[in-house]
Design a protein around this ligand. Structure first.
Ligand code: C5P
Length: 242
């Protein structure tokens, strides 16, 4: 697969895991002009709120709102309507909430889109921080992480969702089970030289693309680097021509 610089950048979702809008803003400024996605997760969303997210959209960024909803279907539908009104491009729910809950998320997205294309909705399968020991011994799910991920992915597909969040290690199996058009958004990305932090199932950026990942979610390897722009550029170099 050969990608141009801009195509490769558009496959990266930078996790803006920052405590407030000002801290996130300095990271966004460091990446100014790069056509990447911005991912807003719980830390920033709970602090900076909907107005910050709507502001990113007004400035033309593609935004993944990573708030991992998991509640009763009626509540998730309402949450999905509120997130859709912010104009985000992508948001997610936990597949563990079941098919009916995931359908409710889609219903909410459709109901609140007001004639515009609805945001894409994807399901978290197993967190990339979950090792096999934790999966089997603590959470009580038998089998390998890949088996659990594929089972959740099939549930998400049955509910009509657009794809899943999974480790790139499972991207191939997800695509084989759910089809090439079913999105695989993959966190747990670590360039060979970066520390794993709390992630258990990691791959390099290039391995992730080669495994079929549509989007790579990358946080600390960029955001905790002394020079985030240089870190981004070095990941891009690795991806171009992957
Ligand atoms: O810093 P790092 O690259 O580990 O950041 C990964 C990002 O992806 C974090 O924002 C984390 O919340 C998110 N994420 C994840 N695993 C999932 C879903 C989302 O690591 N299954």
């Amino acid at each position: 697969m050969t990608l141009t610089r801009d195509e490769a950048a558009a496959r990266i979702m930078v996790a803006l895991d920052r405590p407030d809008a000002a801290a996130a803003e300095s990271l966004i400024r460091a990446l100014d002009g790069i056509p990447c996605w911005l991912k807003v997760g719980m830390e920033l969303f709970y602090a900076a709120g909907p107005a910050f997210v709507a502001g990113l959209k007004e400035r033309g960024y593609r935004v993944f709102l990573d708030v991992k909803m998991h509640d009763i279907p009626n509540t998730v539908k309402g949450g999905a309507m509120s997130l859709t009104r912010l104009g985000v491009d992508l948001f997610n729910v936990h597949a563990a909430g079941g098919v009916r809950m995931m359908e409710a998320a889609l219903e909410g997205a459709e109901a609140a889109s007001g004639g515009r294309p609805r945001p894409r909705v994807i399901a978290v399968t197993q967190l990339t921080s979950t090792s096999r020991e934790v999966l089997n011994g603590e959470i009580g799910i038998p089998g390998t992480p890949e088996e659990a991920v594929v089972r959740y992915a099939l549930l998400a597909k049955r509910a009509g969702l657009d794809g899943v969040v999974a480790s790139a290690r499972e991207a191939r199996a997800v695509k084989a089970a759910c089809g090439a058009g079913f999105l695989a958004v993959t966190p747990g990305i670590r360039p060979a030289s970066a520390p794993a932090d709390d992630q258990a199932r990691i791959t390099t950026p290039r391995e992730a693309l080669e495994a079929g990942a549509d989007y790579l979610v990358i946080g600390r390897p960029i955001t905790a680097a002394p020079d985030p722009r240089a870190a981004f550029e070095s990941i891009l170099k690795e991806l171009i021509g992957a």
